[in-house]
Design a protein around this ligand. Structure first.
Ligand code: PLP
Length: 375
């Protein structure tokens, strides 16, 4: 099997599994317990918090652990808009469903959502902000890197605009962490969501950065964990794994970026031998591991399924959207119909090799030709 779907999820790095293991058995203490077992678990938690903070340029006091990217997004948006001054959320058309659905679910409570449009390059048009964000805007939420195309979004520009008008900001950085340098101070955002399993950490654990001075209430109520902002006994092994994943991502960032960029270039060079293709990823403004590419006359599901039968794991879009749903991201970009239903996402990781991508490219070329020949 060749796995090229790292934007859906990544394997846990072995060294990180080693770091997690002791906390399942020997170091099983509850971090809220005052005795030695508890203190040791609490110490591990704080170490992980430092690692997460370091990866994004925040401080440990600004990090709370959550059950993943979806929970972090829900927390920031639901509680963020409740704490703000207005009843309007400005987001973009190309957000992940964990943002879009959260906003939609607030509509019955009288909260409106306005969407920043996106250009043909997959990048949100921030120059439209002044038209959309007004007196009633209580929150702006825009992602840092898109999960389907890898396109990097103008978050700093958006945060600058918002700060000048005192509008709180949130950024879903789930697909950016570990793939590009992130500095929350430089970006100037108030809240940021992260998810461990997208950068070789375990599933079901994430973090929410809440800038010092930003006041939002808890999403879940119960105990006083995570400075009363996220009740529930912490997932200590998962959090230790997330901390280790952050350390590893920081250490490997340069190598990861040049390795993925090289593999993506090889893939594209090889795939460009095919006619009637469309590159949906802005190559100069994207995280280097993602290539979204369309093959006219070839249904994405047919290609993904045939490649799967040949041992290649790629995707037709967001894993959460399933196999058959049309991509709202490509639609927002104005991708024409002949490519809208015939694009796939290839997302690379550090463990992929040049041989993996050469074999994959050859099989894609062969499969595309076979499917086209059927018509
Ligand atoms: N945001 C983005 C951009 C994502 O790609 C994903 C996962 O696919 C999520 C949020 C949800 O993260 P999680 O799977 O940790 O809930």
């Amino acid at each position: 099997m060749i796995y090229l779907d790292h934007n859906a999820t990544t394997p846990c790095a072995p060294e990180l599994v080693d770091a997690m293991m002791p906390f399942f058995s020997g170091g099983f203490g509850n971090p809220s317990s005052p005795h030695r077992a508890g203190r040791e678990a609490a110490k591990a938690l704080e170490k992980a918090r430092e690692s997460v903070a370091r990866l994004i340029g925040g401080t440990p006091e600004e990090i709370i652990f959550t059950g993943g990217g979806t929970e972090s997004n829900n927390h920031a948006i639901v509680r963020g808009i409740e704490s703000g001054r207005g009843n309007q959320i400005v987001t973009s058309e190309i957000e992940h469903s964990a943002v879009l659905s959260t906003c939609k679910n607030l509509h019955p409570r009288g909260i409106r959502t306005l969407y920043l449009p996106c250009g043909g390059d997959g990048i949100v048009r921030a120059d439209n902000l002044a038209d959309l964000a007004g007196e009633n805007t209580g929150l702006i939420s825009v992602m840092l890197a898109n999960n389907e195309t890898g396109a990097i979004q103008p978050v700093k520009e958006i945060a600058d605009f918002a700060r000048a008008r005192n509008i709180p900001t949130h950024c879903d950085a789930v697909q950016a962490a570990g793939k590009m340098r992130i500095d929350v101070r430089e970006l100037g955002i108030d809240m940021m969501s992260l998810s461990a399993h997208k950068f070789n950490g375990p599933k079901g654990v994430g973090a929410l950065f809440i800038r010092r001075g930003v006041k939002i209430p808890a999403l879940l109520f119960g105990g006083s964990q995570e400075r009363r902002l996220r009740a529930g006994t912490e997932n200590v092994p998962g959090i230790v794994g997330m901390g280790a994943a952050c350390d590893l991502a920081e250490k490997n960032l340069d190598e990861y970026r040049s390795h993925c960029a090289d593999l993506r270039r090889r893939l594209l060079d090889h795939l460009s031998t095919l006619e009637r293709i469309r590159i949906n990823t802005p190559m100069d403004a994207s995280v280097p591991n993602t290539l979204n590419i369309g093959f006219e006359g070839v249904a994405s599901e047919a290609l993904v399924t045939r490649l799967d039968m040949r041992g290649i794991c790629v995707s037709s879009g967001s894993a959460c959207a399933g196999l058959t749903k049309t991509s709202h991201v490509l639609k927002a970009m104005g991708v024409p119909d002949n490519f809208l239903y015939s694009s796939i996402r290839i997302s690379l990781g550090l463990s992929n090799t040049a041989d993996d991508v050469e074999r994959t490219a050859a099989l894609i070329v062969q499969t595309v030709r076979e499917i086209r020949a059927l018509k």
